[in-house]
Design a protein around this ligand. Structure first.
Ligand code: ADP
Ligand code: MG
Length: 725
């Protein structure tokens, strides 16, 4: 079968005619035809690892390497060891109802091997007194170390047996239960990889032009693939890995920058030449002077609005840095030029708060505003809809109710999206479609989730990025303290003293209902605790959580905002943007449950007024190393970007808050945004220089690049990203 296939492929690729557009190449051969795979395993490889072809397989990179040459002594194995290989004799085999427990010994110690499936086969094989090589990952169960489902091999002969004699480094690949059950063990994976490489490498096409390889000092693709799977030595592995990481990041940046280039070349933007009287009226009656950073950002935006191209700008600014005012002044520029503006917030609470604050700011102007949210009545909606179409509303504020189909604008010129990460990419696309005249509105996306530079370059690689990197004057640092259960009474005492000074307090919980698995403090129990510790009178407590109806939520929220309640007990619904300057303490219960950026967002709710503010991180009884590190980090710094970088390093980008909802536009196969920031910077600058010379990648030597960018991976999840942001 395999032979026939390769013969067929040879014939096809022998056809030299340029008219043949489709040609089969070994890389594109269906994975089922690889020896040892077949239709069943092929299906699994497809479903579990997204591997369809020989080429996909060789692009699955090891995430770790093990030395199969060395054999460890059982007595040397640490609990936290990664994969180990031992050579040991079977001492006893114990059959239990659902598992098979095999005890082996190598003279230095004993170890339990556990099997859950294929029991019959294993008992036949593992007879007491016989010796084997076992390979697997030790785990601890009930205080004892064992290896579950080790790979079993025939023993090495006497002289081979020893520690670290032979170096035989092989890769360990991502796997799954299903794959292991189908017999695709680490070893089988190595074999498959070997045979795929043997077929693919001789005719693999270099993905990078030769000038790139030369200028960047990279190893050729063939060498890289060979050594990433079966490294000759450490240096070859380093070279291979560098080449593949560079390739991945370079192509990604090339794709993003090319889209940005094409968009700016094609996109017509609404011209907003004037500043307008309303802008000036608002500006001149501001209760404070803008910070240098706010001024700079507004200038950047003005420049975009007069460029003739559509603005697509991301505005990053830490919590409390004053983004709202930037949104207001930008919207007034649109209004001053005869266009409407929309400001979208992720939650109803926030939309209402924006509406209140912005209405105040707009008092000196003639701009007309309205609010539209999920709880607007049908009659209100009808009226707003009419007014929007007549042009009787200049600035509309709202939630995602704004992007529903029946909301039509007369002439929307600017859309501001606050706390962008709560809005999906598709929702942004719908906003884009709101423009009636066919010219897309300018888009300003604002986020307080500080996105590390490396991540921003990837997530928003096709946007322009501005940052407010300066806080309004007079902000006092928030003092952050960690405390355990023993200090709870003292903490309550502290809250009482703060309340006596006229301040207000947030208490935030991670969960709403008792969860069986966890012993975390939960909101309901917590609420009861708080009520007991702070009885009415004199204390008034408001409660807000996601399971409440809007009316109750609003009632409680309003009570706190207006200062009628001393304490707000809530879940993370208050996470984004809520502004209560009189609140001086943020207590976060079970702080170990939160990620760094979330903790930072929560802490940002206090320290907004002139009083000294505090953040208390309450810790549970048992807390892991990582959690303790996060909490220590919070106590050490208030810099959101520093925390975000740290978060990225600790959790990996897939987990980073803010990217979870929107999703990284692509998944990286080998590079890491946390660790390979330097390569990323270099790859981006280099991609820019390539595009400066050949923006369409149409030259002969850049043709391989154009071909790579047509691959799905670089099409950003199959979505036409260029139209969206
Ligand atoms: P965020 O960037 O988190 O959205 P806001 O726009 O809500 O921040 O601003 C936080 C607080 O800072 C608000 O109370 C706002 O009135 C105030 N503020 C904004 N800009 C300035 C400034 N330049 N000087 C003093 N206070 C300011
Ligand atoms: Mg805000």
């Amino acid at each position: 079968m395999d032979f026939l296939l390769s013969l067929f492929q040879q014939q096809i690729s022998n056809i030299k005619s340029p008219a043949v557009i489709m040609y089969v190449n070994i890389s594109e051969s269906d994975i089922q035809f690889l020896p040892g795979v077949g239709p069943k395993r092929a299906l699994l490889l497809r479903n579990e690892l997204n591997i369809n072809t020989f080429g996909d397989l060789v692009r699955l990179y090891p995430f770790r390497y093990v030395d199969r040459g060395s054999i460890r002594k059982i007595s040397d194995i640490q609990y936290e060891s990664s994969f180990v290989q031992i050579q040991a004799e079977v001492e006893s085999v114990k059959r239990e109802p659902k598992r098979l427990s095999v005890t082996v010994s190598d003279g230095s110690g004993e170890l339990e091997l556990v099997f859950f499936r294929g029991i019959k086969y294993i008992t036949d094989e593992l007879k007491p007194g016989s010796t084997f090589l076992f390979f697997g990952k030790p785990t601890v169960f009930n205080g004892r170390m064992n290896i579950v489902h080790p790979e079993i091999d025939s023993p090495r002969s006497g002289q081979d047996h020893g520690q670290g004699e032979k170096v035989m480094v092989t890769g360990i690949y991502q796997s799954s239960e299903k794959l292991k059950n189908a017999g695709i063990t680490a070893k089988v994976m190595n074999k498959m990889m070997e045979s795929a490489l043997k077929r693919v490498l001789p005719e693999i096409r270099e993905t990078l032009p030769s000038y790139v390889i030369k200028e960047k000092g990279l190893v050729p693709l063939r060498y890289a693939l060979e050594n990433i799977h079966f490294p000759k030595d450490e240096i070859s592995l380093a070279k291979a890995s560098y080449r593949l990481k560079f390739e991945e990041l370079f192509l990604l940046q090339l794709s993003l920058l090319k889209q940005k280039y094409i968009r700016s070349r094609n996109s017509v933007g609404i011209m907003m030449k004037k500043v307008g009287t309303d802008f000036n009226a608002c500006y001149n009656s501001l209760p404070y002077t803008l910070t240098g950073a706010q001024k700079r950002v507004i200038k950047e935006i003005r420049k975009d609005l007069t460029s003739g191209h559509q603005m697509n700008r991301l505005l990053q600014g830490d919590v409390g840095s004053g983004k709202t005012m930037v949104a207001v002044l930008s919207s007034l520029i649109a209004v001053g030029n005869g266009y409407q503006a929309a400001i979208m917030a992720p939650t109803e609470v926030l939309a209402k708060q924006h509406f209140r604050n912005i209405s105040d700011y707009l008092k000196p102007t003639k701009a007309k505003t309205a609010i539209l949210t999920g709880s607007s009545t049908a009659a209100e909606r009808r009226k707003i809809s009419e007014d929007l179409q007549n042009g009787d509303i200049d600035i509309i504020i709202g939630t995602h109710a704004l992007i529903e189909d029946n909301v039509i604008f007369k002439n929307i010129g600017l859309a501001v999206i606050d706390e962008q990460h709560r809005f999906g990419v598709d929702q942004r696309a719908r906003l884009w479609e709101k423009s009636k005249g066919g010219i897309a509105p300018h888009i300003l996306v604002m986020t307080a989730t500080p996105i590390p530079r490396t991540l921003a370059m990837t997530l928003y690689g096709d946007l322009d990025v501005s940052a407010i990197d300066e806080m309004p004057p007079g902000r006092k640092p928030v003092e952050t303290i960690q405390a355990g259960e023993k200090q709870r009474d003292a903490m309550y005492g502290f809250l009482k003293r703060q309340i006596a000074l006229g301040r207000q307090v947030f208490i935030v919980y991670p969960l709403i209902f008792e969860s069986e698995k966890t012993d975390y403090q939960n909101l309901e129990k917590g609420y009861e605790d708080v009520v007991r510790a702070f009885p009415f009178p004199p204390y008034k407590i408001a409660i807000v959580h996601g399971q409440q109806n809007n009316k109750d939520k609003e009632f409680n929220m309003d009570a706190f905002v207006a200062g009628r309640a001393n304490i707000l007990v809530s879940t993370t619904v208050i996470e984004v943007g809520v502004d209560v300057p009189n609140a001086s303490v943020m207590v976060i219960e079970s702080a170990e449950r939160f990620g760094l950026s979330q903790l930072h967002q929560l802490r940002g709710r206090v320290g907004r007024g002139s009083d000294k503010s505090y953040c208390v991180l309450m810790k549970g009884q048992k807390i892991g190393n990582e959690s303790q590190k996060r909490i220590d980090m919070m106590c050490r710094t208030e810099n959101g970007f520093e925390l975000a970088e740290e978060d990225l390093k600790m959790r990996g980008p897939g987990d980073l808050e803010g990217t979870q909802q929107s999703g990284l536009p692509i998944t990286l196969d080998i590079a890491s945004l946390a660790k390979d920031g330097n390569i990323l910077n270099d790859a981006r600058a280099y991609a820019q220089s390539v595009l400066d010379k050949d923006p369409d990648l149409s030259s002969e030597e850049d043709r391989p690049l154009a071909a790579e960018l047509r691959k799905n991976k670089y099409k950003l999840g199959g979505k036409d990203y260029s139209k969206i942001s």
